[in-house]
Design a protein around this ligand. Structure first.
Ligand code: AMP
Ligand code: MG
Length: 404
């Protein structure tokens, strides 16, 4: 049995970044940049007003009140073509280009207008309320780096940089097959000895939530021939994941079924809890994961191993481990040889520290607990007993809920 660390290293080494493809901005949310994004325009394109008011020569309003003649207008998207001469002002609006000759903007609230005359009641230093050309970014500046997963704010920046399309990593195509005679598709009436299969939908959702494209191959019975023929549907995928049938029981048939189809095992068994029987290797050309069937084991293996594989394929590997430091809310016993991934609830203590409270029930068949959990607390192998308040690491399962 190898360590989680060793298993992660072998998984990561088996995947390389996928090629890039062009997508339009509307389709870029959640995708990962394959190339750096450089601005093709400057923002703002010229010196522009940050206020509604009057563009003036600062020298003209050093002494106030000062009366100036309004000679024109500079709305956003327009400009005043002339030059502002001494004693003159131009009515300007937020985003309007500051006309030549003017070097300050007086906000409307500090003026009084009477026909073609504006009286400025407060002096303005040069540069006041002017956003200089290129203040945000200049043409050619790098705005977004390859490897970034695009959020709404990134799409905004790319649009402002005048990009209509972006080069993003192709979505990893990952085939998913559930195994087990006891499984029925969710929504069908299960027989007395049957349960609705949850690993298939869970893995599909995990893959899609991480920016992949899942190919659901359905449920295979515990029959080697049928399993092998359904597994053929994984050909051409970037990875293939099965759930169930990898522990050493009579019906743990994934290895036997896929052996004749070209399965080469890299590792089978990792010192972790849950997830110990996890298998990794290749099925012909396709990297293969055999996850244990217990629903929590499958999801923990997905978070740890499939997540690492997808990071490697998307080129996001090494951009933060996804682990966050927390304080323990209670004491924990010393750990054995297996790395533990404990389901925990996260909250803030009175001092504002993020603290983790393990659920009393850590059974790897309990999806109700996993669904309530905010994170997986990592207990390294042989970790000594820990006290309340000690530091620990958590893999956040709901990162968007973590903002305090
Ligand atoms: P296995 O790894 O095949 O021995 O399965 C271990 C446990 O997980 C058994 O109780 C199975 O019924 C359960 N299990 C396996 N696959 C699934 C699935 N897709 N959905 C829900 N439970 C499953
Ligand atoms: Mg099974």
């Amino acid at each position: 049995m190898i360590s989680v660390e060793e298993a992660m290293a072998r998984v990561t080494a088996a995947f390389a970044p996928l090629p890039g493809e062009e997508v339009s901005l509307e389709n870029a949310l959640g995708r990962v940049l394959a190339e750096d994004v450089h601005a093709t325009v400057s923002h703002p394109p010229a010196d522009v007003s940050a206020m509604d008011g009057y563009a003036v020569r600062a020298g003209d309003v050093a002494e106030t009140p000062a009366s100036l003649t309004v000679v024109g207008e500079a709305p956003a998207g327009g400009c005043y073509e002339g030059e502002v001469a001494p004693g003159e002002a131009v009515r300007i609006f937020t985003g309007g280009t500051v006309p030549r000759g003017a070097d300050a903007v007086v906000m409307q609230e500090n003026t009084e207008r009477d026909g073609a005359t504006v009286t400025v009641k407060k002096s303005s230093d040069p540069g006041t309320h002017i956003r200089p050309q290129g203040q945000d970014f200049k043409s050619g500046d790098m705005g977004l780096a390859a490897g970034r997963r695009l959020g709404p704010h990134d799409i905004a920046l790319a649009a402002a940089m005048n990009m209509s399309h972006l080069s993003v990593r192709r979505k990893p195509r990952i085939a998913v097959l559930s195994t087990g005679d006891e499984l029925t598709p969710p929504g069908k009436t299960p027989g007395p000895d049957h349960i609705p299969g949850s690993n298939g939908p869970a893995l599909v959702a995990f893959i899609e939530s991480r920016g992949g494209e899942a190919v659901d191959l359905g449920i295979a019975p515990d029959d080697e021939g049928t399993l092998a023929s359904l597994a053929a549907g994984a050909k051409g995928s970037d990875a293939f994941v099965t759930s169930g049938g990898v522990s050493v029981g009579d019906h743990d048939i994934v290895h036997n079924a896929l052996g004749p189809c070209g399965l080469e095992v890299d590792f089978w068994g990792v010192a972790m809890r849950p997830g110990k029987p996890v298998m990794f290797g290749r099925l012909s050309d396709t990297p293969f994961f055999g996850f244990p069937g217990n629903p929590v084991s499958t999801l923990v293996c997905a978070v740890v191993f499939l997540g690492a594989a997808m990071d490697a394929m998307l080129g996001t590997a090494g951009r933060g481990s996804g682990e966050i430091p927390v304080r323990l809310a209670c004491e924990l016993k010393s750990n054995g040889k297996r790395q533990d991934f404990m389901r925990v609830r996260l909250s803030h203590d009175a001092e504002g520290n993020l603290t983790a409270t393990p659920f009393p029930k850590q059974d790897s068949a309990m999806l109700s607990v996993l669904a309530e959990a905010d994170g997986l607390l990592i207990r390294p192998p042989l970790a000594p007993a820990a006290k309340a308040g000690d530091l620990a690491s958590v893999i956040a399962l709901r990162p968007h809920l973590m903002a305090s």
